[in-house]
Design a protein around this ligand. Sequence first.
Ligand SMILES: Cc1cc2nc3c(=O)[nH]c(=O)nc-3n(C[C@H](O)[C@H](O)[C@H](O)COP(=O)(O)OP(=O)(O)OC[C@H]3O[C@@H](n4cnc5c(N)ncnc54)[C@H](O)[C@@H]3O)c2cc1C
Length: 370
Amino acid sequence: MREVDVAVVGAGVVGLAAAAALSGAGQSVVILEQQPSAARGITSRNSEVVHAGLYYPPGSLKAELCVEGRRALYAWCEERRVGYRKLGKLVVATRESEVEILGELLERGRENGAGDVSWLKAGEVSQLEPAVLSKAALHSPETGIVDAQGLCFSLLAESETHGAIFLPRHEVFSLSRAGPDWLLGVRLEGDENQLLRCGSVVLAAGLAYESLASRAGLDADQHHFRQFPCKGDYFSLIPSAPLRLQRLIYPVPSDGGLGIHATLDLGGAVRFGPDAEYVDALDDWVVSPEKAVGFLSAIRRYLPSIQSDWIRPDYAGLRPRLSAPGEGFRDFLIEEPSPAGCPGLILCVGIESPGLTAALAIGKRVAGLL
Ligand SMILES: Cc1cc2nc3c(=O)[nH]c(=O)nc-3n(C[C@H](O)[C@H](O)[C@H](O)COP(=O)(O)OP(=O)(O)OC[C@H]3O[C@@H](n4cnc5c(N)ncnc54)[C@H](O)[C@@H]3O)c2cc1C
């Protein structure tokens, strides 16, 4: 007997957004999470930036879902009293050679619907942010920051209001077909393994998707979802440093990344990062103090007054990246691989940035696939 319509594997922002959309559409939903509570994975280690949609190729899922998700996110936060601030951001060119790239970014942002992005001359930048040195900049007023944990708990509350059941400390270790249904092997801490029979499965397991998808019979290379984990370290500005910023400051993107940028959290603290380093380990959260030299030289290009003893190692995050080192852009992969014999299995993989911004739109898309 089918016990539930949909099992969502993973209670990060993506799984929770999917659960909220599915339960809101009348499906019975169980959310299985191996950790003791929600939002402990990638969702707990990021910049908490609500992206406007400047960066991604027009027509890509990243572009579409970022813009749709950002609009939905601000409305959601306003209605549910989730903490957020639309601070705006500057993308600054610090060399003449970068000014042209800034122009391309402006065009791309307009095409994507990133909001009212405007061009600023160096003098206008200094008026807004006296500490910032630039040749020119883009101002993106739609960019902001959000309380990622608060967002997750509001999504969980919404799902539970619609009858969804949240099962923390429940690790899914197997996935197999059982007639028209799916059978999940579930390990409960300190208890016997259990089987859960459901109509559909949403695989929103963040960094752990690859092994579960393989267990469902999907080949990572054939289906192009091989993962290349990419670590991002952060340094924070010490509170006594005499540096004040009103908005987020990003360099012109380079080498496929956004560059080491300055973000603010809801408490007003400044952080720098993340950098990007491909790694093998999925559990290395140490930020090496030796990286300070590289961080400082990147930051000094747009904040020349920064001193060596103003920053200290903070936390690290891990991107579930689909592009191999040196490979170009890869999009989010959100699909139901029915032709591969997996009807009713929705993969949400490669959900790196702007996954937090896009989460509500991803949830809606997942619900539309089922
Ligand atoms: C360094 C960094 C900076 C970022 N900055 C931003 C940003 O500023 N703005 C933005 O929009 N996006 C940003 N992102 C992207 C964003 O954080 C992610 O897209 C988003 O958090 C992914 O959420 P998720 O739910 O897919 O994954 P997760 O949050 O990792 O959730 C997956 C969950 O699945 C659970 N799980 C895994 N395996 C199993 C299993 N077998 N059984 C049960 N449960 C399981 C895990 O415990 C986890 O809780 C950033 C990402 C990184 C790494």
